[in-house]
Design a protein around this ligand. Structure first.
Ligand SMILES: [Zn+2]
Length: 452
């Protein structure tokens, strides 16, 4: 009896917590998710009416979509896009749901899904998220200064000076924002509303708070960022905690078991038809498992991370576009996700950067000018990355060397012209902007060839 009482004592608080509404304050650095960029405003800006994916299921298109399900008892919104798109999405969807929604389901805590939370709130609207949402938002907030800079570079966002804090102390204390009514769950949660069932399942992948929404009456599943048309961003250049490839595989398998007729992602277009849905899920699962298993096999065979980044490519039948995530970044993400940063070379375990010998080597080469000439030759031979690295080496030795700055700019532009990846292009643009700024500060003329 005492044992039963103890068991009840231990489990009851947890049971109570599931599905209870609690007050939630958005962490200050994320209150606005500041990310206004023409990149994000472009998508869907020509949309003049909600897109009806299936009867009662609507989409407002953006860089992140806002999805809305109507029921006899009110609407449910799934994801709320970026802050910059939120009001336009609400206006667009008001023709099918003039009242505030009863519930907002957040598929995960990234800013392109939570940006419209306040825009959509009504007096009795409740937000539902997976339990890790709170910790995930706290993690993003803890690194708010870091992610603000990285997001600005990757997504081409122009940050005003006050939004690039050098330290937390530099920021004025934000006004405490009104609290939000939040419902959290662990593994799964069933919501019944207006004759529909919304089955929410914890499906870690891109984030560890990710969830999917399954409406059995409509055989429709909402998958958040579990899959998009590109190979997934198992590592994102902006920086992230490891995203576990095997979590993606497991989650994709569990979505496959639902046998949905309609799959609605939070980026891009829905997939309609059971066969197409199954084919897309299978391809993603198999592609991720292939990259994971090849990386692990290479690690066990003693191969270094760069070798594996070069060697591992998807077989033709699994090939997915690499327009957002990249296989090579994922290989490195999986490798370092498992074992961290040390590569086994004694020279790399000290607090001395790999660039420290560059000034001595550049001096031996006769200075930064001849190094820039060699870099230009590499560029002309189609070796843009090596040319960029050599220009960087010259600039470590002589940061204001004009020939090295020019060849750096040209190498970045050449890589940008070739790139078909959104995030890679973002970082190349960031490099181009920074190099141009340095050249302007030196009053250099950009058009003069680097080796004159
Ligand atoms: Zn997203």
């Amino acid at each position: 009896m005492r044992f039963v009482a103890l068991l009840l004592f231990l489990t009851f608080p947890a049971l109570l917590a599931i599905g209870q509404v609690q007050d939630y304050t958005l962490p200050p650095a994320l209150e606005t998710d500041a990310a206004d960029s023409s990149l994000f405003l472009q998508q869907g800006s020509e949309q003049t009416a909600p897109q009806e994916i299936a009867p009662g299921i609507f989409k407002a298109t953006g860089f992140g979509n806002t999805l809305l399900v109507t029921t006899d008892a009110g609407a449910v919104v799934i994801d709320t896009s970026m802050p910059s798109s939120a009001q336009a999405h609400r206006d667009l969807l008001s023709s099918v749901a003039p009242e505030a929604p009863k519930y907002i389901i957040i598929t995960h805590g990234h800013g392109d899904h939570t940006g419209g939370l306040r825009t959509w709130m009504g007096s009795d609207t409740k937000i539902i998220a997976q339990r890790n949402f709170v910790e995930f938002r706290a993690y993003q907030n803890r690194l708010g200064g870091f992610f603000a800079r990285r997001n600005a570079a990757q997504f081409g966002i122009q940050l005003p000076p006050e939004d690039t804090p050098d330290s937390a102390e530099a920021q004025p204390a934000p006004e405490p924002a009104p609290k939000l009514p939040l419902v959290l769950f662990d593994d799964s949660y069933e919501l019944k509303l207006g004759g529909l069932t919304f089955q929410l399942d914890h499906m870690p992948g891109e984030t560890y708070d990710a969830l999917t929404v399954w409406i059995p009456e409509k055989k429709t599943v909402f998958t958040g960022d579990l899959l998009y048309t590109s190979f997934p961003n198992i590592y994102t250049l902006r920086g992230t905690r490891p995203r576990w490839a095997l979590d993606y595989v497991d989650s994709l398998e569990r979505v496959m078991a639902l046998k949905a007729d309609v799959l609605v992602p939070s980026h891009g277009e829905p997939i309609i038809g059971a066969e197409k849905v199954a084919a897309a899920l299978t391809q993603h699962r198999d592609a991720i498992r292939y990259v994971h298993d090849a990386t692990v096999a290479g690690m066990n065979a003693g191969k270094d991370v760069y070798t594996l980044m070069q060697e591992i490519t998807l077989p033709e039948e699994l090939a997915l576009p690499e327009s957002y995530g990249k296989v090579s970044w994922s290989v490195r993400g999986i490798y370092e996700g498992y074992v961290g940063w040390f590569d086994g070379n004694p020279a790399t375990m000290y607090a001395v950067p790999p660039s420290s010998p560059f000034p001595a080597l550049v001096e031996l080469a006769g200075g930064a000018d001849p190094v820039a000439v060699r870099a230009q030759q590499m560029l002309e031979q189609g070796e843009e990355v090596k040319a960029l690295q050599l220009a960087d080496a010259a600039l470590v030795a002589e940061p204001q060397n004009e020939a090295a700055l020019r060849v750096r700019l040209t190498a970045l532009q050449a890589l940008r012209a070739k790139s078909e990846n959104f995030n890679e292009a973002g970082w190349l643009h960031a490099g181009i902007r920074a190099t141009r700024k340095q050249m302007q500060d030196l009053e250099m003329d950009e058009d003069v060839p680097s080796t004159q």
